[in-house]
Design a protein around this ligand. Structure first.
Ligand SMILES: Nc1ncnc2c1ncn2[C@@H]1O[C@H](COP(=O)(O)OP(=O)(O)OP(=O)(O)O)[C@@H](O)[C@H]1O
Length: 342
């Protein structure tokens, strides 16, 4: 049950906004999280798959079948939206059974199937309740059960946790992932929350201006961003412009640092990416890439403090994270400096 995009393009009528030449496959049972800045095309992608928007070029295929001329109701796709979108006049069980009844399944078997799904999402005890009497997290689990009830060929999750309190988001995130795996549901998840994307997905797709910038595992997206745009969007970092001096030596203007230059040649412009968790404070001895300076703005975050470290001559501070603040120096190990082509 794979969901594949082949040279998918779409423009909203009269504009140049939409999606540009997207090609990738969500493999059977895989969860791909789609992230990207506002306006990058995430919702457009889901709308084209669901059929709420039509008129694309290229192909969207579900289990090998082209969706181009398939009306919405014939697409066997389960959807969960940010705002629950449950039917307030139906109780929990009837909400879950809704899609089955629509497909003309008799009442008794549809209720039996809906009950099994409520069990799967841990809400058996709530079958007779009005959906308006559920918490946001419970409503979202009902929405997930409803989406899965129709044995969908693909599952679309559109910001499913965005409306919920941070305190239950983490727990529900794990639950949704566990259920998605159990049902082997081929899933596209759109989210604004990078942590959610990294934590839940098998792979993450980063979109910008309607283009796919990178599709990789969460680890690779974070640790091996393919471009400065991906690095800037995923996680916190400081990115300094500079150039290659010689093999494994770069010049950032305010400092000369050791970093893997790979096949780059002297004089080549680069961006040097450093993650806050890789900044070592007051390192002992005289390690590579020692930088002296002073601490600027500080934010206490509980487990760690995040702070700016100003190195004389740098046009911006280095963002760092640690339990304690440095007295006068920090360093970043060469293997933790990632060079990107500028
Ligand atoms: N109905 C529409 N008519 C014209 N342009 C549209 C329409 N809907 C979206 N767009 C444009 O298409 C582009 C992609 O929009 P889309 O809603 O897919 O982005 P998004 O990544 O989901 O954004 P957000 O994170 O803000 O929800 C944007 O430039 C947007 O302005």
């Amino acid at each position: 049950m794979s969901l594949a995009f082949h040279q998918l393009s779409y423009n909203y009528p009269g504009t140049r906004q939409g999606l540009k030449d997207l090609s990738f496959t969500v493999n059977s049972g895989e969860l791909i999280a789609v992230i990207g800045p506002s306006g990058s095309g995430k919702s457009t992608l889901l709308k084209l798959v669901s059929g709420l928007t039509s008129g694309h070029s290229g192909h969207i295929t579900l289990h090998g079948q082209d969706l181009a001329n398939k009306p919405v109701h014939e697409r066997n796709i389960g959807m969960v939206f940010q705002n629950y979108a449950l039917f307030p006049h139906l109780n929990v069980l009837d909400n879950v059974a809704y899609g089955l009844r629509l497909r003309k399944m008799a009442k008794a078997p549809s209720h039996a199937k809906a009950a099994a799904l409520l069990e799967a999402v841990g809400l058996s005890a709530f079958a007779d309740r009005a959906v308006t009497q559920l918490s946001g997290g419970q409503q979202q689990r009902v929405a997930l059960a409803r989406a899965l009830a129709i044995d969908p060929q693909a599952l679309l999750l559109d910001e499913p946790l965005a409306a919920l309190d941070a305190s239950i988001r983490g727990h529900l995130r794990d639950q949704i992932r566990e259920i998605q795996k159990r049902f082997n549901a081929t899933t596209l998840l759109v989210t604004h929350d990078q942590e959610e994307a990294l934590a839940m997905a098998d792979r993450v797709a980063v979109l910008k201006d309607g283009c796919l910038l990178q599709l990789s595992t969460p680890k690779d997206i974070y640790e091996q961003p393919a471009s400065t745009a991906v690095a800037q969007f995923v996680g916190l970092s400081t990115i300094f412009p500079g150039r290659v001096l010689s093999t494994d030596l770069i010049d950032l203007g305010f400092a000369r640092l050791v970093a893997p230059t790979h096949k780059r040649v002297p004089g080549q412009s680069i961006h040097a990416l450093m993650r806050p968790e890789h900044v070592q404070i007051d390192p002992p001895g005289n390690p590579a890439n020692l930088m002296t300076g002073r601490v600027g703005a500080q934010r206490y975050l509980g487990a760690v403090s995040r702070f700016d470290f100003h190195v004389p001559g740098a046009d911006k501070p280095l963002l760092a994270e640690s339990r304690e603040l440095p007295r006068h120096a920090v360093s970043v190990a060469p293997e933790h400096i990632r060079l990107l082509d500028s």
